[in-house]
Structures are given as C-alpha cells and as structure tokens.
Design a protein around this ligand. Structure first.
Ligand code: FAS
Ligand code: PHB
Length: 389
C-alpha cells in the first residue's frame, strides 16, 4: 500500500489533518488503534479557540458546529463566596465557542467517510521505519494480517501513549515534564448548566469547574487526589462536594442529575522536543500535554495541525519545504506559551497538599490582583482565547 502522508491516530489531530490534506488533493491513510465508537466515547475538551473553529470550517466540517455551538464572551472566576468576570470580548475583541471534542470528532469522521477517506480501525503493532530516509514506511497488523504502508511523510497523531514519540531516539529527544499531585474528577449530566458562562472556582476545599456542552448537557469537574477512583464517588457525593466549592448562590440553584459519564484525568504538563525527526512529524498530545485548566489541550493540537498542513501543502504544491523545515520550531514556540498559561492557571486555582499559609496568601493576592487589574485580565483573556498562530 502507498500514500503521501501516513497518519497514525484517528483522534481530532489525525482526522483534522487528513481532512484538510484531502481537500487539497493530498492522499492520506489514517491508522487508528481503537474503533470509531471507542474514540467517540471519550469525553474530552469542550472549549474551542477561534483558530480551531476556522480550521474546522476550512476542512468543511463547520456546519453543525456553527448551528449547535455556543459563543462565550467571557468567564467567571470564583473564590469562596467572591467572584468576578473576565470579558474576552472587551479585552481581545474575540471569544471562544463551546462545542465538545466528541462532536467535532464525529463531524470529522462523517466527513472523511463521506469523502472516501481511508481510515483503518483496530490497528495493532504500528511500527515506524526509516523515518530519517526519503522512503519511510509504517507496518502494522489488522485482524492478524500484516500490512506495510510506504509514504513520503508520517504524522504522529497518536496521543500521549502512542508509538510515534517513542520512535525518536532518546539521544535525540528531550522530554520536559511536571506531574501534578492531583487529578480532575469529571461528570457529564443531562441537566441545564448552572450558569451561562463557565465558572472556574478556587476554594479552600480545592478547585472546581462548572462547564457545559449544550443547554441540557452540563460538564462538571472537581480537583481530587490521584488515589481516588470514580467508583468511590456517588453522584450525590460528587454534587455535595461541588456545591461546597462554588459560591452558594450558584450551588442553591444547581439542577443535578444522574451522571452519564464519570472519569478521573490525571494532570500533567509535558513537552517533547523536537517535534520533527526526519520525515516523522509529531502533532497534538503525541508531542505535548497540558493540565486542562486553561482549555489548551485540543486547541494547541489545532495549531500544530495548521503548521504541518501548510508545510505539506507548500511542499507538494510549490516544491518548497521551508514550512516543513520550520515546523518544529514554529509549533514549539506556541506550545510553550500554552504550557505556561495552563501551568499558571492550574497553580492559581488549585490547592496543593503541601501549601503553607504563606503560599495561600500569595495565591489569594494573585487572584485579587487579577480581579483588580484590567491589564492582568487582558493578559488572561489573550491567552484564553488563543494566541496567534
Ligand atoms: P488523542 O489522544 O485524542 O488521539 C490519539 C488517537 O491515537 C487515539 O484515538 C488513540 O486511540 C490513537 N492511538 C494511540 N496509539 C496508537 C497506535 N499505536 N496506533 C494507532 N492509533 C493509536 N483538553 C481540553 O482542552 N479540555 C479538556 O477538558 C480535556 N480533557 C481531557 C481528558 C483526558 C482524560 C485526556 C486524556 C485529555 C483531555 N484533554 C482536554 C486533552 C485532549 O482534548 C487532547 O488535547 C486531544 O484529545 C488531543 O487530540 P489528539 O492529539 O488527536 O490525541
Ligand atoms: C470542558 O468543558 O470539558 C472544559 C472546559 C474548560 C476547561 C477544561 C475543560 O478549562
């Protein structure tokens, strides 16, 4: 089998790249380890930056998103019984939209399949060969039969636990990591959101986030110890704890309901450098992970895809490989800024087990400064809506 770009991973990164390249006549194959339903069953991101929105429209999958998504012009920051709003619109003249990763991944699958996309599910044993040569290839097995895909380029879109990053030798690759001493317990419920904007709340009991997917689908998170198991948390216990971490006027009006999904995500900051090795290009979670506090995970995958898509187009259409040569340095420049914002907002709003009284005073002073300073709110807003590509 032969293709121009072999894409490993059928999550949002791999599917978006495949769909964008297809519309420019560039041939791809997507190799996905799981089934379509398994990929769609993972509840992940909810907030899209304008850069991701524009890419999805350019990929021809913006119709349902434009019809069903919500525009959010700001967010609420709460701390104990206090709160304030930060207006994205006022400080950046732009905003974000609420549209679940599950939905955009579904839209991408539908578009790839409608346009004859070559997506192979239940792929096992993916191996990358000769990435440093002009004739790289990928081997894998599907239903116990072996396959070889010869290609010009390989896009490693296979997430944090994939094989692509591991293909780059330890002597070449540098990993940077911070593991946080807590996770997020997330719950999805078919109930109306407690507020029309997101509420990021820092309380003495820990962080909480009130989010949503639509006007009858709410997404809630509470910071929890890494030793917790979702099965340890009844719905009642979850909502009791959530209500104790947000201002009481929200807690009193919250409509709760049975969870239709409950999971714990560990929090980690991670970056690997470089994001290119020969003709292998890493994109999205394969190259970097952020704590979800700043809603940057999926949105940073989007800018990687933007840079690689344009680099590949330039190569195939103009015979110019400048974009590919600049990919790693360009992508990493934006990745590190997203890492910083995600790390800073996590430190601002979460409780650490070893925090001293002084640490808590510093945290409170920083929240109070954010509340009082137009400049600080403009900096928060610029990062939250997404820095330029
Ligand atoms: P993904 O991990 O989504 O996709 C990689 C794909 O590659 C998967 O489908 C996997 O099955 C496949 N794969 C892996 N190994 C393979 C192999 N060897 N062969 C073939 N296929 C292989 N971001 C936010 O902005 N907000 C959030 O609230 C948020 N919550 C998250 C919760 C969790 C539990 C996790 C893990 C991430 C969360 N993220 C969140 C980040 C998330 O949205 C990612 O940024 C996003 O999924 C990145 O997309 P991909 O790069 O496509 O990686
Ligand atoms: C979500 O809705 O899942 C969500 C929203 C904002 C975040 C993280 C997660 O910062």
């Amino acid at each position: 089998m032969r293709t121009q770009v072999c894409i490993i991973g059928g999550g949002p990164s791999g599917l978006l790249l495949s769909q964008l390249l297809h519309r420019k006549g560039i041939d791809t194959i997507v190799l996905e380890r799981k089934t379509r339903n398994y990929v769609l069953g993972r509840i992940r991101a909810g907030i899209l930056e304008v850069g991701m929105v524009n890419l999805l429209r350019e990929a021809g999958v913006g119709t349902r998103m434009d019809a069903e998504s919500f525009v959010h012009e700001g967010t609420v920051i709460a701390y104990d019984e206090d709160e304030f709003s930060i207006s994205f619109r006022e400080h950046t003249n732009t905003d974000v939209i609420v549209y679940g990763q599950t939905e955009l991944t579904r839209d991408l699958y539908d578009a790839r399949e409608a346009e004859g996309g070559n997506i192979v599910f239940n792929v096992d044993g993916v191996e990358i060969h000769d990435a440093k040569s002009d004739a790289p290839f990928v081997t894998c097995s599907v239903d116990d039969s072996e396959h070889r895909i010869d290609c010009d380029f390989i896009a490693g879109c296979d997430g944090f636990h994939g094989v692509s990053r591991q293909t780059i030798p330890d002597t070449v690759r540098r990993d940077f990591e911070k593991v946080y001493p807590f996770g997020w317990l997330g719950v999805l419920t078919e109930t109306p959101p407690v507020h029309d904007e997101l509420i990021y709340s820092s309380s003495e009991r820990g962080f909480a986030l009130c989010s949503m997917r639509n006007d009858n689908l709410s997404r809630y998170y509470i910071q929890c110890p890494l030793t917790d198991d979702p099965a340890d948390w009844s719905d009642e216990a979850f909502f009791d704890e959530l209500k104790r971490r947000i201002p009481s006027h929200y807690a009193d009006k919250m409509i709760t309901g049975p969870s239709i999904e409950k999971s714990i995500a560990p929090l980690r900051s991670f970056v690997t450098e470089p994001m290119r090795w020969g003709n292998l290009f890493l994109c999205g979670d394969a190259a970097h992970i952020v704590p979800p506090t700043g809603a940057k995970g999926l949105n940073t995958a989007a800018s990687d895809i933007h840079y690689l898509y344009h680099g590949l187009m330039q190569h195939y259409m103009d015979g110019d490989s400048t974009g590919l040569d600049d990919y790693s340095q360009k992508a990493l420049a934006r990745v590190w800024k997203a890492e910083r914002f995600s790390w800073a907002t996590t430190n601002l709003l979460h409780r650490y087990p070893d925090q001293t009284e002084f640490d808590l005073k510093m945290q409170r002073a920083e929240i109070e400064f954010l509340r009082s300073s137009d400049t600080a709110q403009a900096v928060f807003a610029q990062n939250y809506v997404g820095l330029p590509y």
